[in-house]
Design a binder for this molecule. Structure first.
Ligand code: DGL
Length: 277
């Protein structure tokens, strides 16, 4: 059974564990706000899929989150934002969406030499959102890109710093560093979990930009404007749900966030999300 959790619940979703990097920032900034997190691990990775397919997943997840009472939804996934954010805003005018986009604009302000590397999924680079960002903000900046094949899957398996993960990162980052990049944008919400490995490879003189604290600030501002901010002093309830295997998800959350959770099991049935009791 689905429960109406609270009128102030904020829905947060991603293809997998990546969105937890955004969720933890929102929770750190707004510890009383109830949150409902969905990892669509039945379909992870999104990055290699067609934009139209990712859009369908995003719509069905939004329907589910709206049905439990969420009025704000954070698309904690660059790929799903690239595929669906504009359409979600058109289709659900009664809901407020906060989406992710590679932090190209902050990177252009941060770089000293005008050479920026962006790591993101193939679908993110295909989307209109990314290309508009580059046209708008990066005219005078050289942008180097890489899709880091296999990296999302490695992070989903909890492989944050082992040899094969390092290798994927070296292949992506070392050519960027050789070409002079002094700023690296994490254009996928999975990647903040491997920042120590990234910093180890790029060295101390390269800036690494994780947009999730800025997203949390945006969520806070919007909740305030909409009068949806939970100001009670109690620590909020966070519901963790996956369309994949709940035990596996519980374990990976423990290893990534060092917390104990119980996981709600969701299932895809005929293109819709249902809760398994
Ligand atoms: N975490 C995601 C993103 O920000 C999706 C990665 C994937 O599923 O390919 O793009």
């Amino acid at each position: 059974m689905k429960n109406h959790i609270s009128a102030k619940v904020v829905g947060v979703f991603d293809s997998g564990v990546g969105g937890l990097s955004v969720l933890r920032e929102i929770h750190a900034m707004l510890p009383s706000q109830p949150l409902y997190f969905i990892a669509d691990q039945a379909h992870v990775p999104y990055g290699k899929r067609r934009l139209s397919e990712i859009r369908e997943f995003s719509f069905a997840i939004t329907d589910f989150l709206a049905s439990i009472g969420a009025q704000m939804i954070v698309v904690a996934c660059n790929t799903a934002s690239a595929a669906s954010l504009n359409d979600l805003r058109k289709e659900y005018p009664q809901l407020t969406f906060v989406g992710m986009e590679p932090a190209v604009k902050p990177a252009t302000q941060k770089t000293h030499n005008g050479i920026v590397g962006v790591l993101a999924t193939p679908a993110t680079f295909q989307g209109k959102l990314y290309n508009t960002l580059v046209e708008k903000f990066a005219k005078d900046v050289k942008i180097l890109t890489h899709t880091c094949p296999g990296l999302v899957e490695a992070i989903e398996s909890g492989e944050l710093s082992n040899q094969s993960t390092r290798l994927i990162l070296q292949q992506a980052l070392l050519p960027m560093i050789e070409k002079g990049a002094d700023t690296i944008v994490l254009g996928c919400t999975h990647f903040p979990f491997i920042v120590p490995t990234i910093k180890d490879i790029v060295g101390p003189n390269v800036s690494v930009i994780d947009p999730s604290p800025a997203i949390a600030r945006r969520v806070s501002t919007l909740l305030n404007e909409l009068n949806l901010l939970d100001r009670s002093s109690i620590n909020s309830d966070i519901t963790y749900a996956t369309t994949g295997e709940p035990e596996k998800f519980t374990d990976i959350v423990h290893s990534l966030l060092k917390i104990e959770i119980s996981t709600v099991h969701l299932k895809w049935v005929e293109g819709k999300i249902k809760q398994i009791d």
